[in-house]
Design a protein around this ligand. Sequence first.
Ligand code: AMP
Ligand code: ZN
Length: 104
Amino acid sequence: MNCIFCKIAAGEIPSDKVYEDDRLVAFNDINPQTRVHALVVPKEHIAGAAALTEDHAEIMGRLWTAIPKIAALLGVSEAFKVSVNSGADAGQTVFHLHFHLQSP
Ligand code: AMP
Ligand code: ZN
């Protein structure tokens, strides 16, 4: 599959990784919109939030519970925002699920 975040997750193209475990990876956004701006991405390909089903309950739990750990690594535990753009009209440009983790 020709998916840039699958390739980043697999280490096939470089990224500025800030966290990685067996199921997910987080890396700094190449075009940060805020002082801290990372993307939290499952290693498995999921096209986006609209594609989620009950089958994704475990990975969604893993993603969400990793977020405070990643926020701590980035030094933003006290104040951070998490967002998802779902669909092109909402600003989604990469069709592999990702959470924007940003400083305010
Ligand atoms: P979205 O518009 O919500 O789909 O978010 C996609 C995000 O991915 C944007 O903020 C881009 O700046 C970011 N992005 C695209 N390509 C890369 C890349 N190779 N490395 C890091 N971030 C990227
Ligand atoms: Zn993918």
